[in-house]
Write a protein that binds this ligand. Structure first.
Ligand SMILES: [Zn+2]
Length: 142
């Protein structure tokens, strides 16, 4: 039987936030974050063929999230990058930002991969609205 080289810890590490390129006195980019997010290796991989996240036994890096607020002259908007993508999308819903439909995941660059971005599909409208009110619905038809 093999023994783990990693000692278990009593701490439950939720996440690590890193703030880089935040030097007030410098305008130089020390690390190009847009390049780094695409090349940084993550232990959990998204399997497109099976629509699932492939996990590893001893994960070190499970999720990469990069949110950015883009400000131009008169407008501003948010971008988001999540690898592996977030999801799966709730049953009978689709994302109004990336247009993916359940049980798919949001796209990697979906700007708002959140529940408030989801809307019901026609099938969802049938199951959650019409069918749940089926007794009243059929009474109204008669
Ligand atoms: Zn989305």
């Amino acid at each position: 039987m093999s023994q783990s080289i990693i000692n278990p810890t009593i701490l439950n590490i939720y996440g690590i936030n890193s703030f880089i390129n935040k030097l007030e006195e410098s305008t130089l980019d020390i690390i190009d974050l847009r390049d780094l997010i695409k090349t940084f290796d993550i232990d959990f991989k998204y399997d497109e063929d099976n629509n699932e996240i492939q996990t590893t036994k001893l994960p070190a890096f499970t999720q990469l999230t990069f949110n950015e607020r883009i400000v131009s002259d008169d407008t501003s908007y948010s971008t988001s990058y999540n690898r592996p993508p977030l999801g799966p999308i709730e049953n009978f819903c689709y994302c109004s930002y990336c247009s993916n439909i359940s049980p798919q995941y949001h796209t990697i660059e979906c700007p708002f991969p959140e529940k408030k971005s989801l809307f019901l599909t026609f099938r969802g409208l049938y199951y959650y609205v019409i069918q749940s009110k089926h007794s009243n619905f059929s009474e109204n038809l008669n």
